[in-house]
Design a protein around this ligand. Sequence first.
Ligand SMILES: Cc1cc2nc3c(=O)[nH]c(=O)nc-3n(C[C@H](O)[C@H](O)[C@H](O)COP(=O)(O)OP(=O)(O)OC[C@H]3O[C@@H](n4cnc5c(N)ncnc54)[C@H](O)[C@@H]3O)c2cc1C
Ligand code: FES
Ligand code: FES
Length: 496
Amino acid sequence: MRDVVRFIRRGAMTEVGDIAPTDMVLDYLREREGAKGTKESCREGDCGACTVVVRRRRQDRLVYEPINACITMLGQIDGADLITVDDLADDDGDLHPIQRAFVDHHASQCGFCTPGFVMALFALYHTSAPPVARERINDQIAGNLCRCTGYRPIVDAAMTALANPRADRFGENARETAEMLAFLNDGEDLMVGDQRRFFAAPATIDGLAALVEEHPDAVILAGGTDVALWVNKQRRTFDKIIHVGRAAGFDAIEDSGLEWSLGAGARLADVEATLGAVDPDLRELLRRFGSRQVRASGTIGGNVANGSPIGDLPPALIALGATVHLRKGSAERSVPIDDFFIDYGKQDREAGEIVTAVSVPKLGTAHRFRCFKVSKRFDQDISSVMGAFRFTVSDQGTVDEARLAYGGMAATPRRAKAAEAALTGAQLQDSTRWTEAFNALREDFEPISDHRASARYRIETAHALLGKALIELAGADSQRTRVVGQRPPTDARERL
Ligand SMILES: Cc1cc2nc3c(=O)[nH]c(=O)nc-3n(C[C@H](O)[C@H](O)[C@H](O)COP(=O)(O)OP(=O)(O)OC[C@H]3O[C@@H](n4cnc5c(N)ncnc54)[C@H](O)[C@@H]3O)c2cc1C
Ligand code: FES
Ligand code: FES
């Protein structure tokens, strides 16, 4: 058992033991190291001013991941190489190519946002080979806000730096860093503190399940993109944190032929490729999930266990017929995801129990799937309404089953059973039955008004999303039905 957090800073191994369980990386940098290049602004993961990069070994590759230091607890970077904007320039003061391009393109005015943009783009510098499309850059910085310069010069600077990347010292010391990271991955349980107050990160799934059962009052921490906000915004204090991120295999993604098994610790960045391959709408949904920084930390397990009525993945997983797998000590059980969400803030999970995985059936040839996220802002915003639909259609064009799931319409993400009944047994193109289903949505849901959307907006949007799905499945090209997120031309499988 190790009692210090260990990570790499500027090529040297760093050990920190005297931390409170919820100390954030940002505070460590600014207050303990005095590395003040990393800025604090929103402190809720929204603006990207605090972006830093962690280098890790994943599947024997060295990866560069941008994260928000303000919502990352120090224990979460155990075993990583932490790189900040203060580390980019050479020892003789020469700027990194990304920084130089910012200067050359006048991409900075007040400069407050600049370190965050530079770090998000530094991660891309080491991830993508040229040519890098403008859209890819826009996506990389979707989690970074600039209030003065405007994005054109920032994107121009990125285009220039990424068009001709040259070797930097991070590339040069990659082999040495990979060796150090392998050494840091010691397979030891981490427990900083004592039995009453600690940050713990077991190294195995068995150890994790046992520790959570032993401390049912502990907060389970995955990516922390929800939990850290309870600390920063709600000013809650937690004595016991159990982090799932070091448990070997907890993030495993497996293909069993008929379904995907997604380990609860799989980050959204990891599931993007898997679920994205299921359907283009799921790919778009994941691309719009928070930002690169949020997806580099946030997990599928956190999104499900959190049980938010406006979480993005639950409606899609409900429509797909997913199953949630749980474990308490050594006892395991599984529940259909529809039954997992009981009421607002109440899920079918006992104290001391963890979500271990979510299994997602693949789409068969009879399935037609659509999902849509509606939010006030296109990027980096939580849904106002989210609709996900899976229809099972016979060769004769009859709807044998409809699974219609919504977020933002009730206290939990849930199915629209009355609307499903209205469509079941109908010909998919029978618009009379569509109208019945639209009307039935008013039986299914009585949404509330809040700062994101009024009740009326929600119900009308729910109707419109179902309508859009049905119109597309009846043959309309998504070039006509969508302003953004158009699907590739309808494949033959979908034609009736
Ligand atoms: C800037 C920003 C943007 C965001 N945008 C979106 C968005 O577009 N769409 C969206 O849906 N959400 C969004 N979120 C919310 C959040 O990112 C997601 O809910 C994310 O999936 C949470 O995962 P996590 O691993 O960070 O969870 P954590 O914060 O670590 O945990 C969340 C909850 O789940 C519990 N938990 C975590 N793992 C387990 C487990 N294995 N077993 C049992 N309990 C567990 C925790 O105890 C906690 O109650 C955003 C958040 C931020 C800060
Ligand atoms: S300070 Fe805004 S994302 Fe961290
Ligand atoms: S340069 Fe001022 S916020 Fe971006």
